[in-house]
Write a protein that binds this ligand. Structure first.
Ligand code: RAT
Ligand code: ZN
Length: 468
């Protein structure tokens, strides 16, 4: 068949992985037309929340988080550069990422001379030409990182972001796609939901919340709905099956009650009529349930997947703001299984923060055809853990998963996130191909290209369009 021999497989796999245009299925990037919300440049890179957290591990007591956040971006970046790149060596994943990025942009000499101001000057050239400079830079990064398109995180509960969609939707390049973020619904955050509905002139009934979601879907045309679940997220199937309305009824609501304002206190009072098994469920779960029902109903009606990021405990050290988020919570995978079986017509994309959840996650993906596992998230996004998780996924799922997403917040990060992940994932593939070759299978280059394409976006696109 003329395929690569065992000893050549490395070269072939690495070149295929390097040359493949990936789909980045979850980022926090926003397009240049979103103005200041489109983050790029060295000061944004250096003040990434991973680096702020790393900085505070050894920062002097005189620099409290409050003081730090009072400084402007450039001053914050100076502190981090000095602490993590001059006083120490950039060998953590997040610091090394800055080095990889700068070198790929051709800034070798400035990196070598540790010249932060010269690096800033490089970026100033793009900034000097306003929106077109930003667009040029974004295109350059997309090309270097080999990203076909990046899915954004678009939040219809965020005033600053909303302005870029309404009254007139800003144009953005096809390299950006939308995802509609709905965290307040999963958190049962009634205050945020009410505030957003009122500000947009809606009422505050469940039906209004539903309409709000539909209207935003019309505006954003999202690929999927998405949320990071609260660390203690639990989904209890109302009746072991059935659609959203069935679950509402089971909680003692009727269709009429969908029209009245969401009064959770009243809800918890009447939730048990005709529903013994919810007797011991804490009120909070019922508060969240009403919004979840509403969300699932919209997902079903619009055939929109729900992407979940599961297992982050927020505000562990609130003073650090975003850098204080994210203690790793061991999550209840059974809740995901119950979601998949309660809503068999809804597609779920899921990733877990805890290394401890990864094995169960693979097994679940193997059981539910409406579940797709993606990426190595945040504290799992380190080469050693990516290697471990990806190996396990290939062993259990073949190529039916998405190996990575970047979670980039700063455009430039696409470069290092994808370069680092490609290297690890290519190594895993080489190891797995070698095993199959030892078993007697021969691969040709076309087949290798197909497999690479699956793991870097093809499996995602197949999942998004498969009939359920
Ligand atoms: O990985 C991260 O950057 C986290 O801060 C989270 O925002 C996470 O990615 C999320 O989307 O919730
Ligand atoms: Zn994210």
């Amino acid at each position: 068949r003329g395929g690569p021999r065992r000893e050549d497989i490395d070269t072939v796999v690495f070149s295929e992985v390097r040359g493949h245009q990936v789909i980045d299925l979850h980022t926090h990037l926003l397009p240049p037309s979103h103005g200041a919300l489109c983050l790029w440049g060295i000061d944004e890179l250096l003040t990434y929340h991973y680096l702020v957290a790393e900085y505070f591990m050894t920062a002097p007591a005189s620099i409290s988080p409050e003081r730090f956040y009072e400084l402007n971006k450039k001053e914050q970046a100076n502190l981090i550069w000095d602490a993590l790149f001059i006083q120490r060596s950039p060998i953590s994943e997040a610091t090394r990422g800055v080095v990889t990025t700068l070198l790929a942009l051709g800034l070798d000499a400035h990196v070598k001379s540790r010249d932060l101001n010269a690096i800033r000057k490089y970026y100033d050239k793009f900034r000097g030409s306003g929106l077109s400079g930003t667009s040029t830079f974004v295109e350059k990064v997309m090309a270097i990182s080999g990203v076909r398109y990046a899915v954004m995180t678009n939040i219809p509960f965020d005033d600053t972001e909303i302005r870029h969609w309404r009254p007139r939707k800003k144009d953005y390049p096809a390299t950006f796609r939308s995802a509609l973020r709905v965290d307040p619904l999963l958190a049962g955050d009634k205050e945020t939901v009410e505030k957003a509905l009122r500000a947009a002139g809606y009422g505050i009934s469940v039906a209004d919340a539903e309409k709000y979601l539909h209207d935003w879907c019309d505006t954003m045309q999202p690929e999927y709905m998405m949320a990071s679940t609260p660390h203690d997220f639990i989904f209890l199937a109302p009746d072991g099956g059935g659609g959203p309305l069935a679950s509402v009824k089971k909680r003692g609501l009727n269709e009429e009650s969908l029209k009245v304002p969401f009064a959770f206190t009243d809800l918890s009072a009447n939730e048990c009529s005709g529903c013994e098994e919810t007797d011991n469920i804490p009120t909070i779960i019922n508060e969240r349930s009403v919004f979840l029902d509403c969300l699932m109903k919209v997902c079903e009606e619009r055939n929109l997947p729900l992407a979940l990021k599961i297992g982050a405990h927020r505000k562990i050290n609130p003073g650090l703001l975003a850098a204080g988020d994210g203690m790793v919570a061991f999550a209840d995978t059974a809740s995901l299984a119950r979601l998949c079986s309660t809503y068999p017509k809804v597609r779920f994309l899921a990733t877990f923060l805890s290394r401890q959840n990864q094995h169960e996650a693979c097994v679940l993906a193997n059981k539910f055809r409406n579940l797709h596992i993606y990426g190595c998230w945040w504290y799992c996004n380190n080469p050693s853990i990516i290697h471990e998780i990806t190996t396990m996924r290939v062993e259990l799922l073949g190529t039916a998963f998405s190996a990575q997403h970047s979670d980039a917040r700063v455009i430039d990060q696409l470069i290092y996130k994808w370069a680092h992940s490609r290297a690890v994932i290519a190594n895993v593939l080489v190891e797995e191909y070698k095993k199959a070759i030892s078993s007697g299978w021969e691969f040709n280059r076309k087949e290798i290209r197909r497999d690479v394409s699956m793991m870097f976006g093809g499996a995602y696109e197949d999942f998004m369009k498969k009939a359920l």
